[in-house]
Design a binder for this molecule. Structure first.
Ligand code: SF4
Length: 74
């Protein structure tokens, strides 16, 4: 059986904040990354590897900020 869900789902601050209140575009990202085939590509995970720190809560799995829509540099 293949894995179709991110292993961080239960502890991810982004998912916890946005899963219930997210607008459609963010909800689609959750479906693609957190509960879908792209979870290994998540920029939140890459942020931790690159910086050694937890990512901002608003960093979406596609690398953009959930509030501003801007790409987050790291
Ligand atoms: S945002 Fe990234 S780390 Fe968090 S649950 Fe989704 S795929 Fe996993």
């Amino acid at each position: 059986m293949s894995v179709t869900e991110c292993e961080k789902l239960a502890v991810c601050a982004f998912h916890e904040r946005y899963v219930e209140v997210a607008p459609g575009t963010v909800r689609r990202l959750i479906g693609l990354y957190c509960k879908g085939p792209l979870y290994e590509e998540c920029k939140r995970k890459q942020y931790i590897v690159s910086t050694g720190n937890d990512p901002p809560i608003t960093l979406m799995p596609n690398g953009r900020d959930a509030e501003t829509g801007e790409m987050v540099e790291f």
